[in-house]
Design a protein around this ligand. Sequence first.
Ligand SMILES: C[S@@+](CC[C@H](N)C(=O)[O-])C[C@H]1O[C@@H](n2cnc3c(N)ncnc32)[C@H](O)[C@@H]1O
Length: 202
Amino acid sequence: MFEEKIAHLYDFLLFPFIHPIRKKLLSIADNYKYLKILDVCCGTGNQLKYLKSKGFDAIGIDLSDKMMSVAAKGAVPVKCFKENAEEMSFEPESFDMTTTTFALHEKTTESALAVLHEMLRVTKKGGHLILIDFNIDQSVPSLSRKACTFIESLAGGEHYENYKNYCNTGGIDSLINQINVKEIERHESDFEAVTIRILEKL
Ligand SMILES: C[S@@+](CC[C@H](N)C(=O)[O-])C[C@H]1O[C@@H](n2cnc3c(N)ncnc32)[C@H](O)[C@@H]1O
């Protein structure tokens, strides 16, 4: 997997781009006062570190040993378990909020939907799913769109093919339309390139 190759540099390289997104999720968590949070496909655990530093009860799951080894290090080590997001071991309705960042676009539609169904299963009724991923709306400035496509092309292979499929099949909106949720808030990050969706489990 592409990100595994740069696992130890991932947070450093992405910081300027991802820091505002991490802070935004933190402010949403503050606003809704979630008690138990699950970060699905949490990678290096970077978002979990932001959440834990503010006292939130948040854990993550990922499949990559290399990404997870970063999660265990640093000033704020976080709990990240090795689990397949498509088949999680948690009991139904275990979390007030489940979130995933930049994991859906790199999956086949079938796999992305399997992850979303699992997130729904482990989220409490009335709880929230927060999805953060590339925004494919026409409102995205062409330069931002090109920059995203360029970055994704560097990943190459299946990752890039799945990203193109994500863009060609309606992106996050198409995925949301296929699960049983109500969208309650939508935010776009700087340059409109990233969308943040807060969904209520019905
Ligand atoms: C682009 S990284 C994003 C990491 C993190 N969410 C972030 O915001 O930095 C995608 C992550 O998804 C993980 N992943 C992909 N498929 C998975 C699956 N089926 N189950 C668990 N983790 C998965 C990868 O190992 C990788 O760490």
